[in-house]
Design a binder for this molecule. Structure first.
Ligand code: HEC
Ligand code: HEC
Length: 426
């Protein structure tokens, strides 16, 4: 009896040991590397600090890592916290400080952190650090970025460790996540596409990590491939991040210029300003070059559409009718549209219009942009219907769309100034 008991204990012990060994092997950084093979190395050239700064800006490094309360993006002492379902992350110090920051890293260690999620002295990095996107960056860009960060002032002071729930508090376990979800692939030039598209893809998929915010995540915290860019709940638990795929529930009706302008001025095609986290993103995209913004826009326009209405937004109108959205149905995502859509009375006051129409309208005020569907508009709007001149759509009450004749403004051929006669509010 006693021997049988000790035998089964031995077996359980052995299984536990094998399990532990397997866990240690699977979660080891070297296992991932072995399975994913080597990547490009930086060439022998001198680091280009100007390019390093561009990567720094595109990568929003300071948004997460800048010293809290200093208002200076060159001080990377960290301290900002990120509240997620897994617990609270504290952004580490990545200044050039040799002990408290990353001043003691070699360039190889930096590249490993950015591509493999392996932090010297700490081990596996949590994917709250968006290395699933940064892994696409070339070694030369990472070398330049590292040199730029090293050229910024050292900031003393370590940030306290993250405050995560069990089992997420076990850093080692992140190795399993990495095996499952980090593919380690570079982004080789796609020769069937233009140089502009390739540049746009490199920025959007790499340093600018747009997909990290603009996608839903599964229970494992990974982005399902088929739903990339289709928006989702904010991981911080507040609000919804919009769909930016090329569907009418996304930004299918924005032109390349609309997107580039949004990334520069933070104003969407109907004049509404970017809010929430996107405001911080635009502070950075506004400082990239116009050609980089256009390249990102061209790439975004080439993405497949994913039908995923933003939280609270209605399904797209597939009928031939022009319909007015009831105020309660109107876009309730994080954008300002939601707050403006309070009630029909408010809509009247605020001079706001929501129209969903199967007929493409020109969205840009000067009528030069590509056609798209008008999903919302502010104030009196005159739009050029695809066929048959200009028309004015205006909301009166909760469901009515009044149309009136518009006059083309002389010379320009566009549909402004708007409608004559102006319909008057009921
Ligand atoms: C969305 C927020 C976010 C952004 C943007 C971000 N990081 Fe981080 N970063 C983190 C978090 C969170 C960690 C901690 C990860 C961990 O502890 O496993 C981290 C860790 C790091 C580390 C490891 C430092 C250490 O000692 O733990 C480096 C290096 C780093 N980031 C560099 C960068 C660079 C360079 C950029 C810009 C290209 C950047 N990060 C952008 C969130 C961010
Ligand atoms: C830190 C998270 C985050 C990142 C990174 C991010 N976005 Fe956004 N984005 C948002 C949020 C939140 C909004 C909603 C803004 C609002 O409420 O006005 C938004 C809105 C947008 C919109 C407007 C969509 C609409 O329907 O109004 C576009 C276009 C957009 N982002 C493009 C991008 C691109 C391109 C990138 C990469 C360069 C990017 N975003 C990176 C969070 C992010």
């Amino acid at each position: 009896m006693a021997t049988r008991k000790s035998r089964s204990l031995l077996i359980v012990g052995l299984i536990a040991l094998v399990g532990l060994a397997l866990f240690l092997v699977l979660t080891a950084p070297s296992t991932w590397r072995l399975l994913n093979g080597p990547r490009d190395l930086p060439d022998a050239g001198v680091p280009d600090l100007v390019n390093g700064r561009t990567q720094f800006i595109a990568g929003d490094c300071a948004t997460c890592h800048a010293s809290v309360g200093k208002g200076d993006e060159t001080l990377l002492g960290g301290g900002r916290s990120l509240d997620t379902a897994f617990g609270e992350f504290h952004m580490p110090n990545i200044s050039s400080h040799p002990m408290d920051g990353i001043g003691g890293y070699t360039v190889e260690q930096f590249i490993m952190a950015m591509r493999e999620g392996v932090i010297p002295g700490k081990g596996n990095a949590y994917p709250a650090f968006p290395y699933t996107s940064y892994q696409r960056m070339t070694a030369n860009d990472l070398r330049d970025l590292f040199a730029y960060i090293q050229s910024l002032p050292p900031v003393a002071g370590k940030v306290p460790d993250h405050d995560l729930k069990f089992p997420f508090s076990m850093r080692r376990g992140v190795g399993l996540w990495r095996l499952a979800f980090l593919d380690g692939k570079p982004l080789p030039e796609d020769l069937t596409q233009t140089a502009q598209w390739n540049r746009g893809r490199y920025l959007v998929e790499g340093s600018a990590h747009c997909v990290e915010c603009h996608s839903p995540r599964n229970a494992m915290g990974a982005v399902p491939f088929a739903k990339r860019f289709s928006g989702g709940p904010n991981p911080e638990g507040t609000g919804h991040i919009p769909n930016i795929s090329q569907d009418e529930t996304g930004i299918g009706y924005w032109s390349v210029n609309d997107i580039a302008r949004y990334l520069e001025e933070g104003v969407n095609p109907i004049g509404i300003k970017a809010g929430g986290d996107m405001k911080e993103v635009v502070v950075n995209t506004a400082r990239l070059s116009e050609s980089d913004r256009l390249a990102m826009a061209v790439y975004l326009k080439s993405l497949p559409g994913v039908e995923a209405p933003n939280a609270g937004a209605p399904r797209p109108n597939r009928t031939e009718e022009v319909v007015m959205l009831a105020a309660g149905q109107a876009h309730a995502g994080p954008s300002r549209l939601a707050s403006l859509a309070a009630s029909p009375d408010m809509l009247g006051k605020q001079d706001v219009l929501y129209v969903v129409s199967p007929t493409p309208f020109t969205l840009e005020a000067n009528g030069t942009g590509e056609d798209g569907k008008l999903l919302g508009a502010r104030g009196w709007r005159c739009s050029s219907a695809k066929q048959g001149g200009c028309r004015c759509v205006w909301m009166a009450g909760s469901r009515t769309v009044r149309k009136a004749r518009c006059t083309r403004s002389r010379g320009s051929g566009s549909c402004r100034p708007c409608c004559h006669p102006r319909p008057s509010p009921r």
